[in-house]
Design a binder for this molecule. Structure first.
Ligand code: FEO
Length: 390
């Protein structure tokens, strides 16, 4: 697509990557993604904010072909989907100076082999004049790397945010007017990328309250011309308390664990607790991550494979531990044939989370009445804990 006008001084560049289905060889992309770049034209100088994934370099270079001079390339974040085409842009625009945080400078050198003499470090709050337009740089560490920053275009009241407030959502629409789809994509993105850094995100949200923001322009997904929509969503996602929701990732080999999962789901629903079960053999991990944003409790369901949990449950426990959701309680249900350490292994994999663990319910073979009684007891305990939150 050609550059598209956002204001008289700002153009929307970059690539809508409709076909990409995996990010970082890890994150599913059901709706593709975009790599947004923005060209800001002041009366005296021009700045390019972020670039695109190197696989799509030709698109950006074509968009910039008619741009005579680029004075600054603002690199808000060093991950290559935004910085990876900087070497190509400076090759075609040798006049351009790269703007980045002090922490980003050596990272740009290491990851892209950029000559450090081309990079100017900017302090938190520092400004650069483009003539009649001013860029203010806001350091925002751990969104989601340590070197990240935001850029506020003062006269237009536009905040450029790179990954922050972004979404993996390829669309021909510039603006986030399809709010249902954007909300879902942005929440999923928050869960996968931002949730481990909730404390930092919360601080950045507080700081941004001091800025008069008309528009939020992320480097993935559509632009927010209703900033309150996405800012309020982020406040809910980072805030407490969690919802009256149990996430239940599980696998079942011969039906015993499945029967226990079905019983527990019904017992929780009977008591007014929402449940999101995820059969891990067919689960989109992005959906699991998204459900973890709000959940108060997680229950892992696992059969015993050899001496431990099912490998899919191992992966789910490891992922949950890494994403650091605001969970408060956890449980384990499942079955075994001749012993093993499934419970201990799952608990250790989620060891970084501050969780209250319920008594596990583990059946020997096909569950019996006493196992179903144990599941009813677990459902009652979960319900009681959830009621304490309200
Ligand atoms: Fe979209 Fe952290 O890169």
């Amino acid at each position: 697509m050609k550059p598209r006008k956002i204001t008289d001084h700002v153009q929307f560049l970059g690539v809508q990557d409709f076909d990409r289905r995996l990010f970082d060889e890890l994150i599913p992309l059901p709706d593709g993604t975009s790599y947004n770049a923005y060209l800001v034209n002041g009366s005296e100088k021009t700045a390019l904010i972020d670039t695109v994934d190197p696989a799509k370099r030709d698109v950006l270079l074509e968009q910039l072909a008619a741009v005579e001079r680029i004075d600054y390339i603002v690199s808000q974040h060093t991950e290559q989907d935004h910085s990876g085409t900087i070497p190509d842009v400076i090759a075609s625009h040798p006049e351009a100076q790269i703007i980045a945080t002090p922490k980003a400078k050596p990272m740009l050198v290491d990851h892209l082999h950029i000559d450090p003499a081309r990079i100017r470090s900017v302090d938190d709050g520092e400004t650069i004049s483009l003539g009649d337009r001013t860029l203010e740089f806001i350091h925002a560490p751990w969104v989601h790397w340590p070197e990240t920053m935001l850029t506020y275009l003062r006269e237009e009241r536009i905040l450029f945010t790179c990954d922050f407030f972004g979404s993996h959502f390829a669309t021909t629409a510039i603006y986030a007017h399809d709010k249902g789809r954007v909300y879902d994509a942005a929440k999923r993105y928050y869960a996968e990328i931002m949730m481990p850094f909730r404390t930092f995100i919360s601080r950045h949200l507080t700081r941004l309250a001091d800025y008069d923001i008309r528009m939020i322009a992320p480097s993935h997904g559509p632009v927010h011309d209703d900033p309150a929509f996405i800012i309020d969503a982020y406040r809910r996602w980072v805030g407490d308390p969690p919802d009256n929701l149990v996430v239940l990732p599980y696998a079942s080999m011969h039906g015993s664990t499945q029967a226990m999962v079905d019983h527990l789901v019904a017992a929780l629903v009977d008591r007014g607790v929402e449940v999101a079960p995820f059969n891990l053999t067919v689960t989109d991990l992005g959906k699991l991550a998204e459900a973890l944003v709000d959940a108060a409790t997680i229950v892992f369901g696992t059969p015993t494979v050899l001496t431990g949990p099912h490998p899919s449950v191992v992966a789910a426990a490891y992922l949950t531990n890494a994403l650091r959701p605001k969970l408060r309680h956890a449980g384990i249900i499942g079955s075994y044939g001749w012993g093993g350490k499934a419970v201990e292994t799952v608990r250790s994999l989620a060891g970084s989370l501050r969780l209250e663990w319920f008594e596990p319910v583990i059946a020997h073979g096909l569950p019996r009445d006493e196992d179903y009684t144990g599941l009813d007891r677990l459902a009652a305990e979960i319900t009681a804990r959830h009621k304490e939150m309200t």
